[in-house]
Write a protein that binds this ligand. Structure first.
Ligand code: ADP
Length: 404
């Protein structure tokens, strides 16, 4: 069966096609076709890049802001031209969408119906950047491939079993009644990493206590016991928790009260400060990209050093909190852009946990291979670097639902 995966961002659209048979392989397959649309570089222009498993590439610019028009052209490259891999779009059996917010009602991947679409639209108040573009992708596919089942794979779903003590905020009880609670995000990535970790360690995931560190532009941790997320750092929105590229992570809410009292700050401005001008970028004034922070430090930039110090301090504190929720640890896992590549961040994070017998193998940490154990042989806790594969996880969920 052929599974089309759509992963929509605020100004990008990634997509790929996997071919799966009756037996699901343990290790992710390479997609037959991958495509990306990017609206960030030029106003009103979508840049389309396509690559097939055989290495054929296509790049073109589309003069359109319309997501549906861009998706339609992207899908055309599946059955037309040099990147063609199928004869007809009807060869696609099922379409899986990453949907950021599923709220309390959608605790697992779900066949998309008019009711599910309404819920995704309703939940856009909680995820204003993502849910609307997820819905646009779903509607575009409905128009292009009207008879193909579509599945919503929610980023919040993996955290659906958090215990109340972890998901209820200690504000007034009405918050909970109004669905203001911790949801947690990056669930597709945390779930993939937990399963992949069990494979790499050759253990049953039911017996494992894991902390997954998803460190990309957005950063979050999950405490996973027996394959279930029991605690996580992101909350009601993806702003809570760790310091991130340009997001503050957790701050004293008293700061916001203070700022509101002292100035005529609007909610839009506050959103801009906390989501786009804080974190590594806000402190360093250099960039939200850890590579540029490390580069600036080598040139003696003190604010860049402070930014990295805060990032590490908060990462360690977060790992400590997850450790307490788990009551022990079998493996610490690093994933996403920073987690998979930054030897500096991994070494600094691990250094704090020598007291539980966690020991990194310095040489292995320097090697840039993924899906590896980089702990010292005599470490009491394994340390894994896993290349996260969210699209594969979405395809797996689709395969599972299709075959039920
Ligand atoms: P997103 O959260 O948007 O999916 P990624 O997981 O791709 O992002 O992470 C992007 C971040 O990863 C970049 O901002 C950068 O800080 C970091 N990163 C990417 N490549 C490297 C690298 N080779 N070395 C260190 N950090 C890297």
């Amino acid at each position: 069966m052929k599974i089309l995966v759509l992963n929509a961002g605020s100004s990008s659209q990634k997509s790929c096609v996997y071919e799966l048979n009756d037996v699901l392989p343990e290790i992710p397959l390479q997609p037959l076709w991958e495509a990306q649309i990017d609206w960030t570089h030029q106003q009103g222009i979508a840049e389309l890049k396509v690559e097939t498993a055989t290495g054929i590439q296509l790049e073109e610019e589309l003069a359109s802001d319309s997501r549906e028009a861009a998706i339609s052209r992207m899908l055309e490259t599946l059955w037309k031209g040099k990147t063609q891999i199928i004869n007809d779009l009807n060869e696609i059996d099922i379409v899986g969408h990453r949907v950021v917010h599923g709220g309390q009602d959608y605790q697992q991947s779900t066949l998309i119906s008019p009711e599910v679409k309404k819920a995704i639209a309703r939940l856009a108040v909680f995820a204003p950047v993502h849910n609307p573009v997820n819905l646009e992708g779903i509607e575009a596919i409905e128009n292009i491939l009207p008879n193909v089942p579509q599945i919503a794979v929610f980023d919040t779903a993996f955290h659906a079993q958090l215990p109340p003590a972890a998901f209820v905020y200690p504000g007034p009880y009405e918050w909970l009644e109004n669905k203001i609670r911790r949801y947690g995000f990056h669930g597709i990535s945390h779930q993939y990493c937990a399963r992949r970790a069990a494979q790499i360690l050759n253990r049953d995931s039911a017996d494992l206590r894991l902390i997954t560190c998803h460190l990309g532009n957005g950063c979050s941790l999950a405490a996973i016991r027996g394959g279930v997320s029991v605690d996580t750092t992101m909350g009601f929105t993806p702003l809570e928790g760790l310091m991130m590229g340009s997001r503050s992570g957790s701050i004293d809410p008293g700061i916001i009260i203070h700022l509101l009292k002292q100035s005529d700050l609007t909610s839009e401005k506050l959103d801009d400060i906390l989501n786009r001008n804080s974190g590594l970028k806000g402190i360093s004034g250099v960039s939200g990209d850890i590579r540029q922070i490390v580069e600036a430090i080598t040139q003696g930039n003190e604010r860049a050093q402070l930014a990295l110090d805060i990032y590490i301090h908060r990462l360690r504190s977060g790992i400590g909190a997850m450790l307490a929720s788990l009551g022990g640890l079998d493996a610490l896992i690093f994933t996403a852009g920073v987690g998979e590549n930054s030897t500096v961040v991994r070494a600094a994070a691990c250094e704090a946990f020598g007291f539980i017998g966690l020991k990194l193998d310095g040489e292995k940490n320097q090697q840039l291979s993924v899906d590896e154990d980089i702990a010292a042989v005599d470490s009491a806790v394994r340390v894994l670097v896993i290349h996260t594969q969210e699209d594969w996880e979405i395809a797996r969920e689709c395969w599972d639902i299709y075959r039920r």
